[in-house]
Design a protein around this ligand. Structure first.
Ligand code: NAD
Length: 515
């Protein structure tokens, strides 16, 4: 396994300058060259899948199934998707037809932003590093990747493999911790994508503001789960426990806590206990059963939350400091002022907060930071609609946990304190793309638009307003009625009335013709 060496801080400006030269070399103007680099990136992963699997095991104690499902297979698939679509995405777009403007050929060119910076976290060290690099290249940018120092084996592997597969004029890895990242953040970038915690997100946003660098923040937070007693109980328990235990709960969109009607709490606990026994017949600590906490500090923080809870542990609870192991643990009767509700858990602990009404749960969520995801387990559309329509979150899902960042065609991003900006697939391409508007105006346009030129006269103003001022719909008599939501029965009655009226008029006309 390669040893992680930090990039000397004094080399960082030079790397930035070289990538700037690489950007202006024009290599990535060629879509064929972008595709070549993207495919190289896919092969970097495919050829070295076993080494990455070992690196993830070393960094996170990851079982191979999780590494292949969440990172290796998912990344090769996503990168291949970029490869297949880059021509389509990068094509200039014509603006929608407008009678006023079409003669000037209004066009949107998809331009790269320049040299971009990707700062990634430890928890999915490949997915959150390599996918943005692929998106940046697809959009024609040169890119610095700064992986997490908390996953030394993976970050060292990136440093070893990137120069072997990718053009160093276009892509570089800078390894390090706070001093190295701080130096990177002192420089101007075309765009910064930061994925990680909100505390560092604020440092990144403040540093970016100094250069007016655009920034996307992919942050975390507490993602709640609303449970309806009318859910499919077995399925709910399986998807919840898996979503919480995968990667030892170190998933930005992991279900953070459960909001459950008080009368249903024990039924759910029983189902979770049965699922736990089924998932871990040899115990959750058995080799290959689940991932470990990333660092001794992470273990201390998460185990500290569990030690301080005033709730009751009903499933799991085992811990081993030496191996940074914490079993998937369900805690019931957790109150809103509990230690477990004080911060994003980011570990395999699953508190249940019983409520007396669904409104109580909604009010709790709305009184806190907008979550990255909200989950609803229910087979009742009204229950789901109620949660979706009365809360805000980066994304919202029914009867599923944690897999949506991989869903093709869906943007991945938070809202407010859980982040800003979107990526994966086309949204990743868009994040690193500047939409450069362009018109090309023929000289004969001045026959029509000559009124814009001085001397300004009243006659010109009148002519201009006649040509350009749109006529608006009739002035409204007041705000629309609160329940203006048109139900299909209303539409049906309205259409029927129209048809009848039309029929009556037609009959009258025929009658008068025949008269
Ligand atoms: P981390 O500790 O690996 O840090 C993330 C990055 O920030 C690293 O590259 C690190 O070197 C850098 N960094 C740390 N301190 C810094 C400083 N003072 N100045 C500049 N850079 C600094 O990861 P983390 O922050 O512990 O990641 C976990 C968090 O990330 C969780 O909150 C999780 O929810 C969130 N997350 C969000 C997403 C998403 O897509 N929204 C994905 C994964 C993780």
């Amino acid at each position: 396994m390669s040893k992680l060496e930090y990039t000397p801080v004094e080399d960082i400006d030079k790397i930035h300058a070289e990538l700037k030269a690489g950007f202006y070399s024009g290599k990535l103007k060629s879509i064929a060259y972008r595709k070549y680099q993207i495919l190289q990136l896919a092969y970097l992963i495919k050829d070295n899948a076993k080494r990455f699997e070992e690196a993830f095991a070393s960094d996170l104690g990851r079982p191979p199934l999780e590494s292949n499902f969440f990172e290796i297979g998912a990344c090769v698939g996503e990168i291949y998707n970029d490869y297949k679509n880059v021509e389509k995405w990068a094509k200039p777009e014509k603006a929608p037809f407008s009678f006023l403007w079409f003669a000037m050929n209004p066009t949107i060119y998809k331009e790269p932003k320049g040299v971009v910076l990707v700062i990634s976290p430890f928890n999915y060290p490949m997915f959150l590093s390599v996918l943005p690099v692929s998106s940046a290249l697809a959009a024609g940018n040169t890119v610095v990747l700064k992986p997490s120092e908390s996953t030394p084996a993976t970050s060292a592997l990136f440093a070893e493999l990137f120069p072997k597969y990718l053009d160093p004029d276009l892509v570089r890895v800078v390894n390090g911790a706070v001093p190295e990242t701080t130096r990177l953040l002192d420089l101007p970038w075309g765009h910064i994508l930061y994925t990680g915690g909100g505390k560092v997100g604020k440092i990144v946003a403040a540093a970016a503001a100094k250069h007016l660098t655009p920034v996307s923040l992919e942050l975390g937070g507490k993602s709640p789960v609303f449970i309806d007693p009318k859910c499919d109980l077995k399925m709910t328990a399986r998807r919840l426990l898996w979503g919480k235990a995968a990667n030892a709960g170190q998933t930005c969109v992991a279900p953070d806590y459960l909001i459950v009607p008080r009368s249903f709490q024990d039924t759910l606990v029983k189902a979770l206990k049965e699922t736990y026994d089924e998932f871990y017949p040899d115990g959750a600590g058995a080799p290959g059963a689940m991932s470990r906490l990333v660092t001794p500090q992470a273990f201390a923080r998460v185990s500290g939350l569990l030690k301080n809870t005033k709730g009751t542990i009903v499933v799991g609870g085992e811990m081993d400091e030496a191996t940074k192991f914490i079993a998937p643990t369900v805690i019931k009767d957790v109150k809103s002022d509990d230690a477990l509700m004080s911060e994003e858990i980011f570990g395999p602990l699953l508190p249940i907060m019983p409520v007396d009404s669904i409104e109580e749960g909604i009010a709790y969520v709305n009184a806190h930071d907008h979550p990255l995801s909200i989950y609803v387990f229910s087979n009742d559309k009204n229950f789901k609609d109620k949660i979706f329509s009365s809360t805000q979150s980066g994304s919202a899902h029914v009867n599923e946990t944690i897999i949506h960042p991989g869903a093709e065609g869906l943007p991945f991003g938070g809202i407010g304190p859980s982040g800003s900006g979107y990526h994966t697939g086309k949204y990743g391409f868009d994040m690193f793309t500047h939409l450069r508007s362009s018109i090309s105006s023929p000289s004969w346009i001045d026959y029509i638009l000559s009124f814009r030129f001085p001397p300004y006269t009243a006659a010109k103003i009148a002519r201009m307003n006649k040509a350009l001022m749109p006529s608006l719909p009739a002035r409204p008599k007041g705000p629309p009625k609160a329940s203006s939501g048109a139900s299909w029965t209303k539409w049906f009655s309205f259409t029927l009335a129209l048809l009848l009226a039309g029929g009556l008029i037609k009959a009258k006309q025929i009658k008068s013709l025949n008269a």
